[in-house]
Ligand binder design. Structure first.
Ligand code: NDP
Length: 252
């Protein structure tokens, strides 16, 4: 039920952090991974790590905010791997500022990297997934899909939008046997949140106090949900937004 042998998965931002954690789960379940990100040194290191798990892996450079670059990624994947079954829309950034200090260029940068990218990649995935008889799209939201915070006007808007995009795609593409779901990670220890810890006073203590599990998540905590949502086990699950957060979102 969880076997992904013969499946091809694109993971945007798969060269580090949550994307790499998910890619490791998918690779261990047998999928061939396409690591899609900008920094090719990081991507080469990720490919070496993923190949230790036994799966065939390749890196393709992409800027997910650029329509032509996204088109080339999907063309390259189908040319090199012959098919596409799984897409993880994970690439993302944050610019932590209150709204009155955020420039329009910064707003666009966050929205285009986090939200428009998921539209562009999902749109490009539709035809090859339909040709393969179905597919799985996993969009990465956030606790900021649910909650607000003063320092995330653009990031929170992008992550709220991810949940609604997920529902629209799920409703539209169910007839093509494409399931589309969102994962809402809690606080996971990555480069992104190491920056946040430096920028937001008291964040580390707040996360530890607020998270029932009593710890930050690790990237390997994201592997299981990726395998579930990419496999036959989730064939009747679509349009949902599943927190993977050590209980952060249920704490009163
Ligand atoms: P990282 O900063 O570790 O990873 C971000 C990834 O996105 C990198 O692989 C980066 O690769 C890639 N990326 C960024 N911009 C682009 C771009 N324009 N084109 C292609 N790839 C890009 O962060 P995380 O692993 O923490 O974050 C991954 C996702 O998870 C994000 O969507 C984030 O919002 C979300 N998330 C993270 C949480 C956490 O606690 N860490 C909590 C909730 C959500 P490169 O620079 O090589 O392009």
């Amino acid at each position: 039920m969880f076997d992904l042998k013969g499946r091809v998965a694109i993971v945007t931002g798969g060269n580090g952090g949550i994307g790499l954690g998910m890619a490791k789960g998918l690779a261990a379940a047998g999928a061939r991974i396409v690591v899609a990100a900008r920094n090719q040194d990081k991507s080469r290191a990720a490919v070496a790590e993923l190949e230790k798990l036994g799966g065939q892996t390749l890196a393709l450079a992409v800027d997910v905010a650029d329509e032509a670059s996204v088109a080339a990624l999907f063309r390259g994947t189908v040319e090199r791997c012959g098919r596409l079954d799984i897409l993880v829309n994970n690439a993302g950034i944050n610019i932590r500022k209150p709204a009155h200090e955020l420039s329009l260029a910064e707003w666009h940068q966050v929205l285009e990297t986090n939200l428009t990218s998921a539209f562009l990649c999902s749109r490009a995935a539709h035809a090859p997934m339909k040709a393969a008889g179905g597919g799985k799209i996993i969009n990465i939201g956030s606790m900021m899909s649910i909650f607000g915070a003063s320092f995330v006007p653009a990031y929170g808007a992008s992550k709220g939008g991810i949940v609604q995009l997920t529902r629209a795609l799920a409703a539209g593409w169910a007839k093509d046997n494409i399931q589309v779901n969102a994962v809402l990670p809690g606080w996971i220890d990555t480069e992104l949140t190491q920056n946040a810890r430096r920028q937001v006073p008291g964040l580390n203590e707040t996360v530890l106090r607020r998270t029932p599990a009593g710890r930050w998540g690790e990237i390997d905590d994201m592997a299981g949900i990726a395998v579930f949502l990419a496999s036959r086990a989730s064939d009747f699950v679509t349009g949902t937004a599943i927190p993977v957060d050590g209980g952060y979102s249920i704490q009163g």
